[in-house]
Design a protein around this ligand. Structure first.
Ligand code: HEC
Length: 127
């Protein structure tokens, strides 16, 4: 009897675990959600809607910590720059500014390879 009940419970659990998750952000980009919204709203980090193709440091209303380094005319968020940024933002900001002292508040996320492809594709889709 107990065994049958346990079997039934595990069958139900199995079925539920196979159902598609209704969260739209189920890929590696969930990592970003701790600090970013995927809309124009700012959070700990700037809102990421429309970030692809946008100039760095230009999200309206967001107070960048190091505006000395991240400022509007510095660089544009293209594929290459985003890839460097989501792998290691601390290193990327130095490279992108050409200033060894440049800093950013964002911690390195170490998102690389296929995960980076997925995150960038996702960011591109946020229009
Ligand atoms: C622990 C918090 C945190 C996490 C997690 C995080 N970020 Fe950030 N991010 C920030 C902060 C804070 C800034 C603003 C940097 C500054 O002020 O120096 C930022 C800035 C950025 C920028 C620059 C935007 C602009 O307007 O120029 C991009 C792009 C970005 N993050 C992408 C991502 C992506 C993609 C992920 C997930 C892989 C991610 N971030 C994860 C905190 C975070």
């Amino acid at each position: 009897m107990i065994r049958k009940l346990l079997l039934m419970i595990s069958a139900v659990v199995l079925v539920f675990s196979m159902l598609p998750v209704s969260d739209a952000y189920a890929g590696p980009e969930v990592k970003c959600k701790a600090c970013h919204k995927f809309t124009e709203k700012n959070n700990v980090g700037p809102g990421l809607k429309g970030v692809f193709g946008r100039k760095a440091g230009t999200q309206p209303g967001f107070k960048y910590k190091f505006t000395k380094y991240i400022k509007g005319d510095a660089w544009t968020w293209n594929e290459e720059n985003l890839r460097a940024w989501i792998d290691n933002s601390k290193k990327a900001v130095k490279k992108l500014t050409g200033n060894k002292k440049a800093k950013t508040k964002m911690q390195p996320q170490h998102v690389t390879g296929a995960d980076a492809d997925a995150v960038i594709a996702f960011l591109k889709s946020l229009k």
